[in-house]
Unconditional design. Structure first.
Length: 613
């Protein structure tokens, strides 16, 4: 009989399949990194590829952000877990990030040990590459001695039921920029060989991520420069028209004020005149908004507690938001002191709150928050206009509709609005931007469509004590109506129509008035007069001799001892002439008759040293 012979060959293909699977995963990851997609989309696709290839239940990537390493993207982790574990920073008793003796932020969790390089390869749960891994965290914790416990380890992964946990550092140029996290509730999901594979992949991911982030940052900075140039151009235009516009408004308001005073109560023309004044006020407010946006508005800074400002506005804000919107206020436990114009910062808070309200037509929550932060050097490198040192952080967040990237890139442009016609001027956020910049601060917006928005304002923190509020109350006492004067005033104004108007205003207040068209004419007039006047009222910017130079020369000749400056020009122009200094009296156009007469009395009744150099 023919005997059939069979040869049985056995080959363990498991190892080959694992190798092929890892090669396929590496290829997928490199394709993701080479794609021209957005940074967030690239990370999302990498996590999808890792999860699909390994079958691991949950994966995530943390990336460095300032001093923290928050989750950048996750896949498979419950939302509650991600929310609780998002930050690695330990919090102190005051709610701020806790720091060690050297001033560095303390990073918690085993993740904090990995990104800080606090690993010991002699311990079985660490590798030479600086990774952590465990196939049974319960057994690991039960068998780890107190001597081998790592600093600030919270073991929250184990508490959430994850037995298999791997934390792989993402490196770029010998520094750790983040980590790859793999979690599974099942035991025995990892091998040392698998961890080493991800360490190699982690190095490639880290380098590629940093390069992409750098490229995107360069694009962002380029857009920022172009945006800044565009806004500067509008600012120059606003500043250029402000002087003539404010002079015109001054004439409108003062002459209409004369008419109102001459009309009897009940006169039908009285309502018309008041409408003219109201229209001039609206035009004046529009000019102020443009100047605020362009950082050329007159500011009167003093040390204020941002906590106090925000807390004081809460009741008013509750009135302007609808009943279906909740207002949550979280104030830093310590005074948040900043040297700012309190009225303008209140305008910032109001505008941001109104903007948040309008983004939530169906209701939601507006969060107002303050904090004192001490950012690292890198923070200021990215924001060169911010003075280095501690910062007051003011946040206004909402749970509204959010913004697309395209809209977010334009929100600070003047006259840009997404609201219906007639429901927004497009100047609210432009004004906020200008005020913050002029206050030596920065504003950052975070927003995604459908996920709400968060506006963060950074202002330089000051340790200068608060000013005495009672002094300001005393100063504003008894100013309800202008008091008639009897002194002699030298009035200098280069524009003829305003010269006539000013003379009429001063004479209506009971003053004896001498008028000159410029500095040289004023000096000649005083030389002929031969005796001093009680007050010099002068425009700041005039042809030939500035108002400041005229005041100093008259003071030198002992021809007057008090000066009141006026101007319709912007902050920059006035600063160049040395007028916005402490102790110098100034009134900004446009003003009303009563306002200028009240200011005259304040200066005349005040100290006689305002014109000194």
């Amino acid at each position: 009989n023919n005997q059939e012979r069979f040869v049985f060959m056995h080959d363990n293909i498991t190892g080959r399949k694992v190798l092929e699977s890892r090669q396929a995963l590496a290829t997928d990851i490199f394709k993701c990194l080479a794609a021209a997609d957005k940074h967030t989309d690239v990370i999302k696709e990498i996590l999808v590829a890792v999860k699909r290839s390994t079958g691991i239940e949950a994966v995530g990537i943390r990336l460095k952000s300032e001093e923290d390493y928050p989750y950048y993207q996750t896949n498979g982790f419950p939302d509650k877990f991600v929310s609780l574990e998002r930050s690695l920073c330990a919090l102190g008793t005051n709610g701020a990030c806790a720091r060690d003796a050297s001033g560095k932020v303390i990073l918690e969790c085993m993740c904090g040990n990995i990104v800080s390089g606090r690993t010991d390869p002699r311990l079985p749960f660490f590798t030479k590459g600086g990774s952590f891994w465990s196939n049974c965290t319960t057994d690991l914790l039960a068998n780890t001695t107190s001597k081998d416990l790592q600093a600030h380890t919270l073991n929250n992964c184990n508490k959430a039921g994850y037995e298999s946990v791997a934390l792989i550092p993402l490196r770029s140029r010998d520094k750790i920029i983040g980590l790859l996290q793999l979690n599974d509730r099942r035991k025995d999901q990892f091998t040392l060989d698998m961890i080493k594979f991800f360490e190699n992949i982690g190095a490639s991911i880290g380098i590629a991520i940093e390069r992409r982030a750098s490229a995107e940052e360069n694009v962002r900075l380029g857009e920022q420069v172009r945006q800044s140039q565009k806004m500067e151009a509008v600012g120059l235009l606003a500043g250029g028209i402000a002087h003539d516009f404010n002079n015109t408004l001054t004439a409108i308001k003062c002459y209409t004020g004369f008419i109102v005073k001459e009309l009897a109560p009940g006169d039908s023309r009285l309502a018309d005149a008041k409408e003219v004044i109201a229209a001039a006020d609206r035009a004046s407010a529009l000019t102020h908004q443009l100047l605020a946006f362009s950082r050329r508005q007159i500011m009167v800074p003093k040390v204020v507690d941002i906590n106090g400002l925000m807390g004081g506005m809460t009741r008013m804000l509750k009135r302007i938001i609808s009943e279906d919107i909740k207002l949550a206020v979280k104030l830093h436990p310590e005074p948040c002191l900043a040297n700012v114009d309190s009225g303008q910062i209140e305008q910032v808070i109001l505008n941001l709150a109104v903007n948040a309200r309008d983004a939530m037509p169906g209701g939601g929550t507006i969060t107002l928050e303050t904090e004192i932060i001490r950012p690292p050097e890198e923070f200021f490198i990215e924001r060169p206009d911010l003075p280095k040192g501690p910062l007051v952080c003011l946040r206004v967040g909402d749970t509204g509709t959010g913004m697309s990237g395209k809209v977010k890139g334009r929100i600070f442009e003047p006259f840009f609005t997404t609201k219906e016609q007639g429901k927004g001027t497009g100047l609210g956020l432009s004004t906020v931007f200008g005020i913050v910049k002029q206050s030596k601060g920065e504003i950052v917006v975070e927003s995604e469509s459908g996920k709400g928005s968060l506006f963060t304002v950074y202002l330089p923190f000051t340790e200068t004590p608060l000013q005495d509020k009672d002094k300001d109350k005393d100063k504003d006492k008894d100013k309800d109506a202008p008091v008639k004067g009897h002194e002699t005033v030298l009035f200098v104004e280069d524009e003829e129509s305003l010269r006539r108007l000013g003379e009429r205003v001063l004479r209506s207040g009971g003053y004896t008035v001498l008028v000159a068209a410029d500095g040289q004419a004023a000096l000649k007039l005083m030389e002929e007069r031969g005796k001093p006047v009680d007050l010099l009222v002068t425009d700041v910017v005039m042809p030939g001799m500035s108002g400041r130079a005229l005041a100093l020369e008259l003071a030198k000749r002992k021809m007057m001892s008090r000066t009141l400056y006026t101007s319709g020009y912007t902050d920059d122009a006035i600063v160049k002439h040395g007028v916005l200094e402490p102790g110098i009296a100034f009134i900004y156009k446009p003003f009303t008759v009563d306002a200028v007469l009240l200011k005259l009395r304040e200066v005349l009744d005040g100290p006689a040293d305002q014109a000194k150099a």
